[in-house]
Design a protein around this ligand. Structure first.
Ligand SMILES: [Zn+2]
Length: 198
């Protein structure tokens, strides 16, 4: 699951340890994290790096596209980044102030998150869609992978359902930040997951 976080804009000292900028109000960021699906796919064997290419997307900002035809169930890329706690990730400044609600956090089953702001790869640029051609899964080693959920033609943009999960309450403004414009038939209008009843 992806965690949607609106990170406070702060300094982005490359390499050095990033600390939160001066907290201007808003002690805690509302936010949500991406959530893994339950795809039954073959274990990842990522010998080829050329399944995808990153370029500008019509959906949003950068996107990831199929560089070759991809068969159903094929694992395409690992969602890389630093494993950390939700709280720690939330203290970090934004890496992309122009997209304050673009989340790079992917929630793990054990409650930690993968923060693709730190050591992330191209997987962080994969956009959300309500009718996606990919899905995610977490293996026994807490690694998250993105796999095709149908055959994908070369040149298609890769997408998965972020199923954004969050903690606490989201303000109306925050909810608006997660409005979905994927344009798919049946678009549910938000990248947020439906809150599960517990
Ligand atoms: Zn949508």
């Amino acid at each position: 699951m992806l965690v949607a976080v609106d990170r406070k804009q702060g300094g982005t000292s490359k390499g050095g340890k990033r600390r939160p900028g001066p907290s201007s109000g808003a002690a805690k960021r509302g936010g949500a994290r991406k959530a893994a699906g339950s795809a039954k796919v073959k274990p990842a064997r990522l010998t080829r790096s050329s399944y995808y290419v990153v370029r500008d997307s019509a959906i949003h900002g950068r996107g990831v596209f199929a560089a070759r035809p991809i068969r159903n169930k094929q694992t395409i890329i690992e969602y890389r980044g630093e494993r950390t706690t939700w709280d720690e990730a939330n203290t970090r400044p934004l890496s992309d102030p122009d997209n304050p609600h673009h989340t790079f956090l992917f929630g793990l089953d054990d409650g930690r998150v993968i923060d693709a702001d730190v050591g992330g790869n191209a997987a962080r640029w994969i956009n959300h869609s309500c009718r996606p051609n990919c899905e995610t899964y977490e293996d026994e080693d807490d690694r998250v992978f993105i796999a095709a959920r149908r055959a994908i033609a070369r040149g298609e943009e890769l997408t998965y359902d972020y199923q954004l999960d969050w903690q606490g309450r989201l303000s109306k403004k925050e909810r608006e930040a997660y409005v979905c414009r994927c344009g798919a038939r049946g678009c549910r209008g938000t990248m947020l997951a439906k809150k599960k009843k517990r």
